[in-house]
Design a protein around this ligand. Structure first.
Ligand code: ZN
Length: 499
């Protein structure tokens, strides 16, 4: 093909002209924060959910104390980033460091952010670390969790069930976190974001970085580095999936912003990083193990890492779960069931109970009914006794007893340290075939030496003819469970439904 020199010269001129105009125009266009939108969940609700979850993190994971060099450093850096956000759309951001080896970070609705120490040591410079934090901060700014919660509630088949189970397990409010898609796992809190959310968090994160004086490209560089690291990739990338062409998108976004001399703050970063390398850090697996025994709550307390919500943020003390053994050791005589049984009429069902145990009706509709010795309850938690409740699959959906049992276990164990032991087995209750499943968790009561102890939670689910289910959880510390089992089996034998 022969070219026409005249026309290509003409074209070249036009392009050059356009470029000049754009540059002149770009020179006055500084980036602006987008409108964060209006999710159904209110600002106060988001703050409360986030800070309540943060209080739980302090019970389920090791956290460095406020005066550690890493925490001090991260707070300084975080404050610098927050100062770029217009106050009317800002949140009570705060920054904590988890001594975990894996590269990850998460920010909760309303502002609490946790950065793994592995992220500090993996970053090559402050701008990369700032990139991760700015990205997390942007999820909070855009209220992605709150927007997701709205979606999850309408689309999840099991949302209704989760709602019923909410506050209805021996483990209190953990169900509510699962409802918002927030779950604890081996890698810490798992907040799943969509690719659209990711693209937005990258775009807003770039604005924060730019305004704080960091090269926004460093955020994409760090993500790229993580992706190149291993076939499975760190948890951070599965929580924050690449929306596609991450680097190109950020390059395109920042291309028209006025040029700026970017800062590195190399000395402060290198000092913090060097110190971080020497801090005892744990693997995700070790952290998950330790959460079961209550190890982290204790360690954090010893090291002076205590969670204090900012002034004006209400975080109720009873919401923090799993319970740390706050109570005194219980004398077994004060809780052992009497062999004398009396029948209790509980409305839809009748069941016999030891005559020295009491029926404690639910405080609110949907909450548990408990049958327990008064000394067997600590705060909100049953350490010795039986928890009874009913659940119904939402909106005319039907479930068989196996589906219901596994869904119930999923809901009860999400976010907590409750876990099943083995498989559910058939059991006949009131002439109906139900399921029996042993589970374990941490007792709200310490053992005789004041140490945290394991709890056995025996779950029995029974289908009803109307499609609903009744479930019972028989609870005692693992070491003492066999002394309670005969009474529990007797109770189960006496269960009768009204209809
Ligand atoms: Zn993300």
């Amino acid at each position: 093909m022969t070219s026409n020199p005249a026309s290509s010269k003409h074209l070249y001129k036009t392009v050059a002209l356009v470029l000049v105009v754009l540059e002149a125009f770009a020179a006055v266009v500084a980036p602006q924060f987008p409108d964060p939108g209006h999710p159904g969940m209110s600002r106060d609700e988001q703050i409360q959910l986030g800070f309540q979850t943060a209080a739980q993190v302090y019970k389920q994971m090791p956290v460095l104390p406020d005066n550690s060099p890493e925490t001090q450093y991260i707070r300084k850096l975080g404050t610098k980033l927050v100062s770029t956000i217009p106050s009317q759309n800002s949140w009570p951001f705060e920054f904590h460091v988890i001594p975990q080896k894996e590269i990850n970070a998460f920010a909760l609705p309303g502002g609490p952010m946790f950065v793994n120490i592995g992220t500090i040591t993996a970053a090559s410079n402050e701008a990369e670390l700032a990139g991760v934090m700015a990205h997390e901060m942007s999820h909070v700014y855009m209220q992605h969790s709150a927007k997701q919660a709205g979606k999850a509630q309408t689309t999840s088949m099991l949302a209704g069930l989760a709602g019923l189970v909410l506050g209805a397990t021996t483990k209190g409010t953990l169900g509510s976190l699962a409802q918002y898609g927030i779950q604890f796992g081996a890698q810490g809190l798992m907040l799943k974001y969509s690719r659209d959310d990711e693209a937005q968090a990258d775009a807003v994160g770039a604005i924060i970085l730019y305004k704080a004086g960091y090269n926004p490209k460093s955020m994409a560089d760090f993500f790229q580095k993580l992706a190149a690291e291993g076939s499975s990739g760190p948890q951070f990338l599965s929580d924050h999936p690449n929306p596609g062409n991450r680097q190109e998108a950020i390059q395109a976004e920042i291309a028209q912003w006025p040029p700026k001399k970017y800062s590195t703050n190399a000395t402060a970063f290198n000092t913090a990083r060097q110190h971080a390398v020497g801090v005892r850090a744990y693997s995700g697996q070790e952290i998950e193990q330790g959460a079961k025994s209550g190890q982290w709550a204790q360690l954090n307390q010893q090291k002076g890492a205590t969670f204090r919500p900012p002034t004006g943020v209400p975080v109720s003390a009873t919401s923090s779960t799993p319970p740390t053994p706050a109570g005194k050791p219980v004398s077994i005589d004060s809780v052992l069931p009497s062999a004398q049984l009396v029948t209790s009429d509980l409305g839809p069902l009748k069941i016999a109970r030891p005559n020295n145990w009491q029926v404690i009706p639910p405080a609110q509709n949907g909450q548990d009914l408990r049958i327990a010795p008064p000394a067997g309850i600590s705060g909100d938690s049953v350490g010795y006794g039986v928890v009874i409740n009913g659940v119904k699959p939402p909106n005319g959906q039907s479930m068989n007893v196996d589906q219901l049992t596994s869904e119930l276990v999923r809901s009860m164990s999400s976010g907590g340290d409750l876990s099943p032991i083995g498989q559910a087995q058939p059991i006949t209750v009131a002439g109906v075939q139900g399921r029996s499943l042993a589970m374990q968790s941490t007792s709200p009561f310490p053992d005789a030496k004041g140490q945290p102890q394991k709890e056995r939670d025996w779950l029995v689910t029974v289908p009803r003819s109307d499609g609903s289910f009744v479930y019972l959880v028989f609870v005692a510390p693992q070491a003492e469970f066999e002394r309670f089992r005969p009474s529990y089996e007797n109770m189960l034998r006496t269960l009768q439904f009204r209809d």
